[in-house]
Design a protein around this ligand. Structure first.
Ligand code: UD1
Length: 418
């Protein structure tokens, strides 16, 4: 099994280009079920994307990847489509459930494995199913599978989500794309990745509008046979490297980004004393002398993302005084805390709140990655710690971070995979 070895305390300087967003690419790939021919640019070459491609190939789409150009072309003219997402392809990547909406919309039926839980919580799909039922689908759960059917096609409806879910919003938009009439979705997730999906669907001929937390959809047919779409940058990857630079950067430039999407994160880092310069398509982070404490809570966009909670916690260990971070999205997303404590962090968990007493001196240790973002927080801790850190189970990292070691090594980090 592969491990990462990091020799910490090395100041980083250089440039990191931010990759395309994994969380935007996944629903857009699911959306290609609705399309004919698509070219997707700025695709991140990470494992979750390859798993989604395997799922689409299983369904019957023809896909080719130009790895050096980060382009995927999809041809969906095959008549022999399977409306099935098997357990083996959904169990490792929950976003597989996003093929439910488009399969139902286009082929009027789908059989999708229930994704099951994962390290960060039970992760149900009740909100996805609630929306699809309101659009007229008949749904049964049997033998670990969702059986969905809409014999006469889906019909537009008014749906208010009882709580905000990125995946459920995306599945509902995908299903309503060609439903008869008008659909109004209320209390939606409005993450930049949801907006990128809608941009893609509108290029395909859709009539979808976002107004506040409302999404309005006029059901329509695809009117473009061939389209091209460039996926937005990965704001979580950007946030991760911003925090890495705040921890050990001398001067790091992060490019291929649009700073307007991450204003909140930039403000939070500034409040913590991080010195940064925001330009049109880059952020430059300079050596920060004193990190200040902060209290905050993870929230749906435009709030602070749960996907950056573990990384920010590492920065909190460097701050003077007591910082608090409340995890309000997932029930069990403090798996990195025991490992950070083994590296010398002073963190106490009280229900949904992590109380971080800083500054503490982190020292290298052998630690274990538990999920994607927890893993990368251990990489950040390793970069700032004394001596050597060994991170086990790094396959989690490969699900979502493209060329992580290479990008850090280019900035002079002492990191290698064995
Ligand atoms: C997406 C992101 C993930 C991010 C999360 C929250 C992708 C591929 N993944 O995951 O990186 O951490 O948004 O920003 O884009 N919930 C229900 N019922 C449902 C669906 C969700 O109760 O049917 C709950 C979840 O358990 C969780 C909360 O809603 O507590 C938010 O989850 P959701 O926004 O759906 O996350 P994902 O779309 O799975």
């Amino acid at each position: 099994m592969q491990k990462l070895l990091i020799n910490g305390k090395k100041e980083l300087s250089g440039k990191i280009s931010i990759s395309g967003s994994k969380n935007a690419t996944l629903p857009i790939l699911a959306a290609t079920i609705l399309s004919h021919q698509v070219e997707l640019k700025n695709i991140p070459l990470v494992r979750d994307i390859f798993t989604m491609i395997d799922l689409l190939k299983f369904i019957g789409l023809k896909i080719s990847i130009l790895k050096n150009k980060k382009i995927i072309t999809i041809n969906n003219t095959n008549k022999n489509i399977k409306t099935l997402a098997p357990y083996k392809l959904v169990k490792t990547m929950r976003a597989g459930v996003l093929v439910l909406g488009p399969l139902l919309a286009k082929y009027k039926k789908a059989k999708i494995s229930l994704p099951g839980g994962c390290a960060i919580g039970s992760r149900p799909v009740n909100l996805h199913l609630l929306a699809l039922k309101k659009l007229g689908a008949k749904i049964k759960i049997k033998n670990g599978y969702i059986f969905a059917e809409a014999k006469n096609g889906l019909k537009g409806a008014k749906i208010t989500f009882p709580s905000i879910s990125v995946g459920a919003t995306e599945n509902a938009v995908l299903a309503a794309f060609n439903a008869k009439g008008k659909t109004i979705l209320k209390n939606c997730a409005i993450e930049p990745e949801v907006k990128d999906l809608i941009k893609f669907l509108n290029t395909l001929g859709g009539r979808i509008k976002i107004v506040g937390r409302k999404i309005l959809i006029i059901g329509c047919k695809i009117n473009k046979k061939h389209i091209t779409h460039e996926v937005i940058f990965d704001r979580i990857e950007l946030g991760t490297y911003m925090i890495a630079a705040a921890l050990v950067g001398k001067k790091i430039i992060l490019d291929k980004i649009n700073p307007s999407i991450i204003r909140n994160e930039v403000d939070i880092l500034k409040k913590m004393g991080v010195r940064l310069k925001v330009k049109r398509s880059t952020i430059e982070i300079l050596k920060s002398n004193k990190i200040k404490k902060i209290n905050l809570s993870t929230k749906p966009y435009p709030g602070f993302p749960t996907d950056l909670q573990a990384q920010l916690m590492v920065l909190m260990t460097r701050a003077q005084g007591i910082s608090r971070i409340t995890e309000s999205i997932f029930e069990n997303r403090f798996m990195h805390v025991p490992e950070l404590k083994r590296m010398g962090a002073n963190i106490e968990i009280k229900n949904k709140i992590a109380i971080v007493k800083g500054p503490s001196k982190l020292t290298g240790a052998e630690v274990m990655a538990t999920d994607l973002r927890a893993s990368v927080s251990l990489v950040l801790a390793g970069l700032v710690a004394d001596n050597r850190t060994i991170i086990n189970r790094i396959y989690h990292l490969d699900r979502g971070y493209e060329f992580l070691e290479k990008k850090l090594k280019n900035c002079k980090a002492r990191i290698r995979r064995i």
